[in-house]
Design a protein around this ligand. Structure first.
Ligand SMILES: [Zn+2]
Ligand SMILES: [Zn+2]
Length: 364
């Protein structure tokens, strides 16, 4: 039972359109579904923008992690979005109708156990699910979310382009802050960080690194992504596809190699070449997730030639830090807009790797 305070007397429509995945035949269609009615722990949000993430493509592919993504009835795709609160369930604390919020997508976890402190997918008490991966996500105008996932958006941020902040943005922010924590003591202006993969995640990672004062090298096989990297402030960019000696060039540029490389790709070859970019005791931050396992030299790791660490989209307290920093430093996702009716076309553009920045739907 919800408290309806913010619909300003206007009735909610009875039905809405949703871009849904059908697990039976792995097709996507625009379906008419009811507006969700919220449970006590839920918030009803009117979505402003929702964007596609590379992980959404996992629905269409077998994966080596043996994750079962979506069984049974069709569900709405999408796990990164933001919008404005319409209704609050009776257990919700700290939010008001009219608040602009973004949120993380994991539900059916407890948010309090040891596992949840690391990542809500590690919950020891629940059976976590990802909205948009097995239960309804956000490519629909009205969504119900768990209040423990929500974070307020600072004033002045544009919600119509902000959806990518809630997966790509917080992942990029966490990967940068986790890297900085490993590099403690080194002066940003004298510290080189390579951003491997300059697309949806990388273009944000570059913005965070530059806002913190680091020297950034962008690496990507796509000339468009390298242009974007330069636009976002990368000091140098390299294309391993056309510059065979790029590792030697980076060694020359940085003296001994980079202090850290943050890999946002899902490419095993991209990861395999990263240790040779790093100086002694350099950090490889594993962020992008290839389907196949990665291999590194145990000698390199045991002898601290390289440090291999991991980072991810994190938990809600970290999302709040990310929003505060992003608002303060004017970090902005680059969003190419589509209408909900164009969802199939947008998905095609992403599958073919033709998109620039992030691709998303903006609701009026
Ligand atoms: Zn994602
Ligand atoms: Zn838990």
């Amino acid at each position: 039972m919800g408290i309806d305070m913010a619909t300003n007397g206007t009735q909610l429509p009875e039905k809405q359109k949703a871009a849904q995945f059908n697990p039976k035949d792995q097709t996507v269609s625009i379906n008419e579904i009811p507006i969700p009615s919220i449970k006590p722990h839920e918030i009803l949000v009117k979505v402003k923008s929702a964007s596609l993430c590379h992980s959404d493509l996992m629905l269409f592919e077998p994966n080596e992690q043996n994750l079962t993504l979506g069984t049974g009835a069709p569900f709405t795709m999408g796990h990164e979005a933001c919008g404005t609160i319409l209704q609050l369930g009776s257990d919700v604390q700290g939010f008001e109708p009219g608040d602009n919020i973004g949120w993380l997508p994991i539900v059916d976890c407890c948010y309090d156990c040891d596992g949840c402190q690391v990542h809500n997918l590690h919950c020891e008490n629940g059976t976590p699910q990802v909205q948009g991966m097995s239960v309804d996500g956000y490519f629909q105008e009205y969504v119900a979310i768990h209040w423990r996932n929500a974070a307020k958006i600072p004033a002045g941020m544009d919600l119509s382009t902000l959806a990518p902040m809630f997966c790509a943005g917080c992942t990029a922010f966490n990967s940068v802050t986790d890297t900085v924590a490993e590099l403690k003591g080194s002066e940003p202006a004298e510290t080189w960080v390579a951003v491997v993969g300059c697309g949806g995640l990388g273009h944000l990672g570059i913005q965070y690194l530059k806002a913190m004062g680091y020297k950034v090298i962008g690496i990507d096989l796509s000339p468009d992504a390298l242009e974007e990297a330069k636009t976002q402030g990368a000091d140098h960019v390299f294309n391993p596809g056309t510059e065979e000696d790029y590792i030697a060039q980076i060694k020359q540029l940085t003296g001994k190699g980079v202090h850290a490389a943050i890999n946002y790709t899902n490419s095993v070859p991209a990861y395999s070449s990263n240790p040779s970019l790093l100086r002694t005791n350099g950090v490889l931050m594993v962020t992008g997730i290839p389907q196949k396992p990665l291999q590194f030299s145990a000698m390199d790791i045991s002898m601290n030639r390289i440090r291999v660490r991991g980072s991810n989209n994190g938990t809600t307290p970290r999302l709040r830090e990310c929003l505060e920093f992003s608002g303060k430093y004017g970090i902005k996702p680059h969003l190419t807009r589509y209408r909900l009716e164009e969802f199939g076309e947008m998905l095609g553009v992403m599958r073919e790797g033709r998109g620039v920045g992030r691709l998303g739907v903006v609701f009026d």
